[in-house]
Design a protein around this ligand. Structure first.
Ligand SMILES: CC(C)(COP(=O)(O)OP(=O)(O)OC[C@H]1O[C@@H](n2cnc3c(N)ncnc32)[C@H](O)[C@@H]1OP(=O)(O)O)[C@@H](O)C(=O)NCCC(=O)NCCS
Length: 188
């Protein structure tokens, strides 16, 4: 029997709304400390709201051999005149069954490679105790430029966050690799 196909990384489009919504809600529900958004709020949003997010953000997904969406990463390019050189990375999540296989690193690379065409700076916030995500972002070249005490509050507990940034004009594709953001067959 042939090996199953490796994970595919591709940009998500509005037709992916059902699996995007499902994975996003899985992330919010299972990792509430990792995200600013609330599962209770987003699960009540209509499908059109998720479609708009797909249209207004750069969102890449990782699909397993059975075409199930198992990971995602997103960047919102600011549309305000004075900040449109910046984009905010959000929604980085890989399903527990697919972790530690390099998917988040590939997803982030795909998002940043794509975003480098439209913004000059990437920004993000990450919980100071989220060692896995901090390692992921440092590996991609992000550096810490600040720390916000008591940045988020959940069930009466306050969490600090690091502010991290990356100059995308310096963002280089690792040489010899296909750009992950190049269109995948069938992606529109
Ligand atoms: C953080 C997360 C996205 C990493 O996904 P992943 O696919 O397992 O990550 P990768 O396999 O691509 O790992 C890339 C790098 O991240 C770091 N990393 C990832 N998971 C880690 C862990 N559990 N412990 C330490 N470092 C970790 C490492 O530096 C790793 O590079 P290496 O394998 O060369 O050591 C995943 O654990 C997750 O979804 N966590 C819950 C949601 C979350 O915290 N999102 C971030 C919000 S800011």
């Amino acid at each position: 029997m042939p090996d199953p196909a490796p994970n595919a990384i591709r940009r998500l489009v509005s037709l992916d709304v059902a699996c995007f919504r499902e994975l996003r809600l899985e992330g919010l529900k299972t990792c509430p400390q990792a995200f600013g958004a609330m599962w209770e709020d987003e699960r009540a949003k209509p499908t059109e709201w998720f479609v708009e997010r797909l249209e207004r953000n750069i969102i890449f997904g990782a699909l397993d051999a059975w075409q199930n969406l198992v990971g995602m990463a997103a960047l919102f390019p600011s549309d305000a005149p004075k900040t449109r050189h910046k984009g905010i990375v959000w929604g980085v999540f890989v399903s527990p069954r697919a972790r530690r296989a390099g998917l988040a690193a590939k997803l982030l690379d795909a998002v940043l490679t794509d975003a480098a065409q439209v913004v000059e700076e990437a920004r993000l916030t990450v919980g100071t105790s989220n060692a896995g995500a901090i390692g992921l972002y440092r590996r991609a070249g992000f550096t810490q430029y600040g720390q916000e005490p008591r940045a988020v509050q959940l069930d009466g507990v306050y969490y600090d966050e690091y502010l991290m940034g990356l100059r995308l004009t310096d963002y280089n594709r690792p040489s010899g690799r296909r750009a992950l953001s190049d269109p995948m067959p069938g992606a529109t």
